[in-house]
Design a protein around this ligand. Structure first.
Ligand code: PSV
Ligand code: MN
Ligand code: MN
Length: 428
């Protein structure tokens, strides 16, 4: 379905007086307000194609209806989000779930919604029916790390194929997440698994176009539970460093052991010029893939605080120089409503972090004034920046309150009408 722009205009007109009342204290007296609003307007967060359907658990799946049945419908869903918030201007595809059979037409369709194609993702964590080559080859014991060179070759070729699809759509990055590892002590020679994985990644790296990046995503556990071959930021950094200047580490917030200091990881990777991008989500226990900011909003703020500090120190463009993406999926919310919530939570954390008084923070640090340093951070975190985020949306042509409008327009009911109540999107 396409959103009629008049609906957005009517919604904004109805909320304008109240919005202005909340915004004017900012625009009247806060010097940074304009700069923050502009940064928010520029900031886009890519939506993963696999988050548009309700996720499953290993105990069951409860599809909510109206889920996208094709790549075209996934693009339409992201188009809807982008029309509402003007901050979801890209989609990240997962091959082979989202193979573009007519890339030109797919590109045109995406462009008609103002969408670009973000990083493309390969999948060597499942055996795919019809995989080219010997059908006996399986990823049961890994892909790029596999002891059998034929399995490694198949996985390498798949990644090169994904790059080819990405090129046809105008993507500029490949994300490699590997489930490779081992479940029991003794199963794997760690050193050899590392070397084989590195060598496979080198073959993939050699196929990258000049203006492409490869993101090496790490994860501490699952589906392997004794060791993961790209298990932490240290090993991802090693791979990225050995591969070369087009390779970077990708941080997925749910991929750490409990209580990891993710903001420190981010700071160090950024300082080394090896942070490539993010998969935003939130987590209580593990790779929970919950809505960004739903469990630990202060952590999200602290991460953005380091991002801004590090990016500014390296004179990086906040909007363009890192890959910003959501990686979330669960089974109790409308996925589109959830994505609207995630994008807003990310924008709020970004805006709050932009407000940190960095000169004062430096002074407090130099004076070892721990209390003052904490006060400075928490002062920014406790500031209600929702009017700034709403204003950015308004200026970009989105809705003052995307979630409210989504419900008011009964978008989900209409999607169910168009697509049916029993549709199940492909994805994780
Ligand atoms: C698996 O943990 C995972 O969630 C990774 O985060 C990938 O980015 C995503 O799936 C898609 O493959
Ligand atoms: Mn991820
Ligand atoms: Mn994950």
């Amino acid at each position: 379905m396409n959103l009629n722009p008049d609906f957005i205009a009517d919604h904004n007109a109805a909320g304008q007086t109240q919005h202005q009342r909340k915004l004017s204290p900012w625009t009247d007296s806060v010097e940074q307000a304009e700069a923050v609003i502009q940064k928010l307007v520029d900031f886009q967060i890519a939506i993963p194609s696999w988050a548009l359907g309700t996720g499953g658990t290993r105990f069951g799946r409860f599809p909510g209806g109206g889920e996208p049945r094709s790549l075209e419908e996934k693009i339409a869903d992201v188009g809807l989000l982008h029309a509402l918030n003007r901050a979801s201007g890209a989609i990240s595809l997962h091959i082979p779930w989202d193979i573009p059979t007519d890339p030109q037409a797919t590109k045109q369709l995406a462009a008609s919604y103002g969408l670009a194609f973000d990083a493309v993702n390969s999948n060597t964590f499942q055996d795919q029916p019809g995989e080219p080559g010997d059908s006996q080859l399986s990823y049961k014991f890994g892909s790029l790390q596999h002891v059998d060179p034929a399995v490694r070759r198949q996985a390498i070729d798949h990644n090169i194929e994904v790059i080819r699809h990405g090129v046809s759509l105008g993507s500029k990055a490949l994300t490699v997440w590997l489930s490779d590892g081992s479940c029991f002590p003794g199963q794997l020679n760690f050193r050899k698994a590392f070397e084989r994985t590195l060598s496979s990644l080198q073959d993939i790296y050699a196929a990258l176009p000049d203006d492409w990046k490869v993101f090496v995503e790490y994860k501490a556990f699952e589906p392997n539970f004794y060791s993961m071959t790209v298990g932490d930021w240290g090993s991802s950094y090693l791979y990225a460093n050995k591969l070369g200047p087009k390779a970077y580490t990708l941080v997925d917030l749910g991929h750490h052991l409990p209580n990891a200091n993710i903001e420190q990881i981010v700071a160090i990777l950024l300082n080394e010029g090896k942070l490539g991008g993010f998969h935003f989500n939130d987590s209580k226990y593990g790779d929970d893939d919950l809505t960004a900011g739903s469990i630990k909003p202060y952590q999200l703020f602290l991460i953005f605080n380091e991002l801004i500090d590090g990016m500014d120190a390296r004179q990086m463009n906040h909007a363009q120089d890192l890959g910003w993406m959501i990686d979330a999926s669960h089974n109790v919310k409308d996925p589109l409503e959830d994505l609207l919530q995630s994008v807003e939570a990310i924008q709020l954390a970004y805006a709050q972090a932009l407000l940190v008084d960095r000169a004062a923070l430096d002074e407090a640090r130099d004076a070892n004034d721990v209390v003052r340093a904490q006060e400075i951070l928490q002062d920014a975190f406790r500031t209600d920046v929702r009017p700034l985020v709403a204003e950015a949306r308004l200026r970009a042509g989105g809705a003052l309150n995307p979630l409210a409008l989504f419900r008011q327009l009964t978008v989900r009911q209409q999607l169910i009408g168009e697509r049916g109540a029993k549709t199940v999107a492909t994805g994780l």
